[in-house]
Design a protein around this ligand. Structure first.
Ligand code: B12
Length: 267
């Protein structure tokens, strides 16, 4: 977030000074702080729209301090924690994915957006009037030999914001552990993040998880979803490794997993 926007948060006086000279402010900056005018003055204006705009901008600026101020302000103005999660946080994750196709969005911004989604969702859920029902349990990890954890963490943040319970096993996970943990936690989905071709297609990764599920007659209960760089290069690779599905990014993972959860046999 730029200095002008910070000033808006700091003192109303500074804001009035800025607002009195609108011609000198770039359109982008004006659009960023304009909604706050209404927020501060409590004028009838679509508050949720304002919060969404401010939140999205702060996400792009990777400005954590401002994000928490926006959330506090939203709560103070009467927005419910439920509304914050479902009308601000989840759409912001979607928005990041949508705009990244057109604008240059870097890895740090993606990572930041999903981390914050994860963090704020946890925070808000604790304040919900009725604790929301999680739509299902997911086990996630990288397979044996793969220590690339960034994609997995982004996916985890997105899934949590979609109200999915995630058990993150970490890196370098044996096929046996994926299955054992899925049974233990009554998970309907095993999500495997592979960043290298050989860990995606190797015998100790998804192929072995599938073998174990088949041997234990768990295929109706536990579905496998895969993701990571090799799958983005070859969209049919997921079939070769006998997964049920794949997803290109965290947001799509949330949508596809929600559908898989509906289809899988309950524990
Ligand atoms: C960062 C990085 C590293 C870092 C990892 C840091 C960390 N903590 O994760 C470090 C430096 C440690 C590293 C090491 C190595 N790396 Co490396 N690394 C990369 C790099 C540049 C980026 C990977 C990444 O984080 N991407 C960013 C994330 C956000 O994107 P993403 O993972 O694709 O995730 C998105 C989607 O794929 C999807 N997704 C991801 N996971 C999942 C899971 C599910 C279930 C779903 C549905 C979706 C999903 O959603 C995510 C969010 O939108 C890639 C190149 C590349 N462009 O991919 C090489 C790359 C993966 N590395 C490579 C290699 C070779 C290595 C090393 C072997 C290098 C070496 N000689 O030591 C080691 C191996 C270490 C190991 N055993 O794992 C190769 C792999 C080539 C291959 N054979 O397939 C790549 C492709 C580089 C290259 N072009 O050669 N690497």
């Amino acid at each position: 977030m730029d200095i002008l926007n910070r000033a808006v948060w700091q003192t109303t006086n500074k804001f009035i000074f800025i607002a009195s000279k609108p011609k000198k402010i770039s359109k982008r900056i004006f659009m960023n702080f304009a909604p706050l005018v209404y927020l501060k003055q409590k004028k009838p204006f679509n508050m949720t729209t304002n919060i969404i705009k401010l939140y999205n901008q702060a996400i792009f600026d990777t400005d954590k301090k401002t994000i928490y101020k926006i959330i506090d302000e939203a709560l103070a103005q009467g927005m419910l924690p439920e509304e914050i999660v479902f009308e601000v946080i989840v759409p912001a994750v979607d928005n990041m994915m949508l705009v990244s196709e057109k604008l240059e969005v870097n890895l740090a911004q993606h990572f930041f957006a999903s981390q914050l989604a994860d963090e704020i969702t946890e925070n808000m859920v604790a304040q919900f009037k009725t604790v929301p029902e999680k739509i299902g349990n997911v086990i996630i990890g990288t397979p044996i030999g793969d220590f690339h954890g960034l994609g997995k963490r982004i996916v985890t943040g997105c899934l949590k914001a979609h109200m999915i319970n995630v058990f993150d096993l970490g890196l370098n996970i044996a096929a046996e552990k994926f299955v054992e943990q899925a049974i233990l936690n009554k998970a309907n989905i095993i999500a495997i993040s592979s960043m290298m071709y050989h860990t995606a297609t190797g015998e100790n990764g998804c192929l072995k998880v599938r073998k174990l599920l088949t041997e234990n007659h768990l295929e109706e209960k536990i579905k496998i979803i895969v993701g990571g760089a090799p799958y983005r290069f070859d969209h049919k690779l997921y079939q070769s490794v006998h997964a049920d599905a794949w997803a290109e990014n965290g947001n799509l993972a949330g949508i596809i997993i929600t559908n898989l959860l509906k289809k899988s046999q309950k524990w």
